[in-house]
Design a protein around this ligand. Structure first.
Ligand SMILES: [Zn+2]
Ligand SMILES: [Zn+2]
Length: 316
């Protein structure tokens, strides 16, 4: 197998692109895919301040690495969920990257500790509000990332979702005909109202295995294991199904997700009237002031419920 660009020995084959690359040409290919994503979806410019949501996994660390190397002003936020040694080890990976690669670009790492700020780890919080750990985690992360982006005045928030993540999410939304979610699924979500940060996914053109290869070839040390709370999740099942289709017919994931984006782009006038409707029903949360459609935002509602059941169990 030879590199299609320079004809030296290839280190990775990409069946869906009918291509193979050597190490430097593959890195160039990845940077180029991200640059194309940023441009096509008008994500941000060189002057914008970007906040990358990092977890210690390959996707978010690779994203931070790529944005810095492409010359963007990117800082990062890590949310420590307090899942025992898993959280400690993933924070360590993020810290190492921040102290080495990111430090040479003068980039900053912010850390939010759930046990300190919310008063309990994610498992305990989920128990208190009687909700699955993953949805509790999702609510806290969405809230804290948005709050950090707004309060620290970042122009845009970037997450490491790749093509596999987005295709799996699309499959889930289609299987259950989640029209509301389908309307809002895209690689670039504008700041719809004051108080909501713009959110982008610059890795949506890259498959999970390509991002993993990039991280390994560029010597990014990341936490390999999945979050212990995510075991048996529907997303992992959808990814597995899509991978089987991809093996039989390379390019399936890409055609599925990119095809969806093309259709969505054609219907954009309709999509923007949706945002108008959302905008009209949003107002500041009674407790924290972040925009919400209810009296209180879902984060504050959850924290209030946690407090009530905590005082019930302790009798205080
Ligand atoms: Zn090459
Ligand atoms: Zn609130």
């Amino acid at each position: 197998m030879r590199c299609i660009k320079c004809h030296t020995k290839a280190v990775i084959g990409l069946p869906r692109h009918n291509a193979a690359f050597c190490n430097p040409c593959f890195t160039e290919f990845v940077h180029d895919q991200v640059a194309r994503a940023i441009k096509a979806e008008r994500m941000f410019g060189k002057q914008d301040r970007i906040l990358v949501a990092v977890s210690g996994g390959k996707d978010s660390l690779a994203l931070w690495d790529i944005l810095l190397k492409l010359g963007y002003r990117a800082d990062a936020l890590y949310v420590n969920l307090g899942i025992g040694s898993y959280s400690e080890r993933s924070q360590q990976k993020v810290q190492t990257f921040a102290d080495t690669v990111a430090a040479t670009y003068g980039a900053t790492l912010h850390i939010h500790k759930v046990e300190q700020e919310e008063g309990a780890g994610i498992r305990e919080l989920a128990d208190l509000v009687h909700r699955p750990t993953c949805s509790t985690c999702g609510t806290i992360k969405r809230y804290q990332f948005n709050r950090a982006a707004i309060e620290r005045e970042y122009d845009v928030m970037a997450t490491g979702h790749n093509l596999d993540d987005e295709a799996a999410r699309l499959l889930g939304n289609v299987l259950h005909w989640q029209d509301d979610y389908l309307d809002k699924q895209g690689p670039s979500l504008p700041a719809s109202v004051e108080g909501f940060a713009k959110k982008v996914k610059p890795l949506y053109r890259l498959a999970e295995r390509e991002v993993a290869a990039y991280a390994v070839l560029n010597k990014i040390d990341y936490i390999v294991e999945e979050c212990p709370m995510a075991k048996g999740s529907k997303m992992l099942l959808y990814k597995d199904v899509l991978n089987r289709l991809e093996t039989e017919s390379p390019g399936t994931k890409q055609r599925f997700y990119w095809g969806f984006l093309e259709r969505q782009a054609k219907e954009r006038p309709a999509a923007s009237s949706m945002t108008e409707k959302d905008r009209a029903s949003l107002h500041p949360c009674a407790a924290c002031g972040q925009p919400t459609t209810a009296e209180m935002c879902s984060y504050c509602k959850m924290m209030a419920r946690a407090k009530v059941s905590h005082s019930r169990t302790t009798g205080s």
